[in-house]
Design a protein around this ligand. Structure first.
Ligand code: G4P
Ligand code: NA
Ligand code: NA
Length: 196
């Protein structure tokens, strides 16, 4: 079984479809973390994006960190975490951008220090969910401010019935999602079959 099949099975057995919009995956991604699954995910992302000249992995705190770290280890490159809260330690060279989450109804100032990414970087962004694409779009805005380039986006679970994927593809971003969900309802999950 490949990682796409593994993740789909894990979602079927341990994921909880709460309603038409929300899939709860607290037992292996968002609260408790399955490190062995994360390791396999890292291997797959690293293989998929090999030969893209990637210099750094970028993720958004907090749930993107585990798969971003395993990917970074596999690729032998650093991982940078975009912060949702400004550092209390004085830092002058910050890039910041506002991100609004439709799912949670909140906003935050996504922050990157200019010391961690620069114009020599070609970045792979990793995150757990792709819903409306606001977090990923915010991350891309920050990376552009840093004059870095974006190689693509690696996602664990894409909710394909929400507009995120199309929004990113319109910007020319290569989106690679391990599990793609076409429909959710209470206790019901439908997947888009893996492309062959
Ligand atoms: P978007 O970035 O694609 O627009 O997504 P949105 O703002 O709507 O999502 C906000 C937060 O909700 C993100 O987590 C995202 O991962 C999470 N999320 C979205 N849809 C689902 C879902 O169906 N199930 C679960 N479990 N999470 C979902 P976050 O606030 O950045 O927090 P963290 O988990 O990374 O700490
Ligand atoms: Na996330
Ligand atoms: Na999340």
């Amino acid at each position: 079984r490949n990682i796409m099949q593994l993740l789909e099975e894990k979602i079927k057995t341990d994921g909880i479809a709460v309603n038409e919009d929300i899939l709860k995956v607290d037992s292996f991604i968002n609260h408790k973390v399955d490190p062995f699954l994360m390791k396999e995910i890292g291997k797959d992302f690293a293989a998929h994006f090999a030969d893209h000249g990637i210099t750094k992995i970028v993720t958004i705190e907090s749930s993107g960190i585990a798969p971003a770290l395993t990917t970074a280890i596999e690729m032998g490159i650093p991982m940078v975490i975009l912060k949702k809260q400004p550092s209390k330690v004085l830092n002058k060279n910050l890039y910041q951008t506002m991100v609004t989450s439709f799912t949670k109804g909140t906003s935050y100032e996504l922050t990157l220090s200019a010391e961690q990414i620069d114009e020599t970087d070609h970045v792979l962004i990793i995150d757990d969910f792709l819903a409306n694409g606001e977090a990923a779009t915010g991350a891309i805005r920050l990376l552009r401010k840093a004059h870095a380039t974006v190689a693509g986006l690696g996602i664990l679970i894409e909710k394909s019935f929400q507009p995120g994927r199309d929004k990113l593809k319109e910007q020319g971003i290569h989106v690679y999602s391990l599990a793609r969900i076409s429909k959710l309802a209470e206790n019901y999950i439908e997947f888009i079959p893996e492309e062959v």
